[in-house]
Design a protein around this ligand. Structure first.
Ligand code: HEM
Ligand code: ISQ
Length: 154
């Protein structure tokens, strides 16, 4: 696919603004996913075994922020290399973790929707169809990379 410098700039620029309250955004992101797909909560080990309420779980925010950061990085790589490159060892691990926990295509779709909604609410004054498309493509290509490694690890 072709990912332009303008598209990369849209992603990087909006992320720079959101970064300041990424923790809060991360929490919103997670809650949106569970609003649409409550059963997805069961996939996360740190939620299953937790005694504290969902919103107070200390692992939620950092986990969700990782997804934002990786999607943003994927935009940079798409422009530079025309594809998403995650270090092979970490990509293998990402694939294995998502395979083992039972993540399926629908989860990736719900997560994409929740990601774009969260972004739209975070930077309403910047949001545009072009920005939505740029983030959406970066996410989609990252998912392609993860899915290639979603198979039994041995
Ligand atoms: C774990 C990223 C999509 C569910 C992880 C980890 C990362 C990550 C970095 C930690 C892996 C590790 O422990 O080393 C991503 C990215 C995604 C994505 C970048 C999309 C572009 C999804 C989706 C779901 C999901 C769609 C399901 C709704 C999980 C679960 C774990 C996990 C259940 C294991 C959590 C645990 O119990 O420790 N993901 N993920 N992920 N992800 Fe994702
Ligand atoms: C996917 N994988 C790991 C953590 C996540 C947090 C929020 C949304 C999606 C995620």
């Amino acid at each position: 696919i072709c990912f332009t410098e303008e598209q990369e700039a849209l992603v990087v620029k909006s992320w720079a603004v959101m970064k300041k309250n990424s923790g809060e955004l991360g929490l919103k992101f997670f809650l949106k996913i569970f609003e649409i797909a409550p059963s997805a909560q069961k996939l996360f080990s740190f939620l299953k075994d937790s005694k504290v309420p969902l919103e107070q779980n200390p692992k939620l925010k950092p986990h969700a922020v990782t997804v934002f950061v990786m999607t943003c990085e994927s935009a940079v790589q798409l422009r530079k290399a025309g594809k998403v490159t995650v270090r092979e060892s970490s990509l293998k691990k990402l694939g294995a973790v998502h395979f083992r926990t039972g993540v399926v295509d629908e989860h990736f779709e719900v997560t994409k929707f929740a990601l774009l909604e969260t972004l739209k609410e975070a930077v309403p004054e910047m949001w545009s169809p072009e920005m939505k498309n740029a983030w959406g493509q970066a996410y989609d290509q990252l998912v392609v990379a993860i899915k290639t490694e979603m198979k039994p690890s041995s």
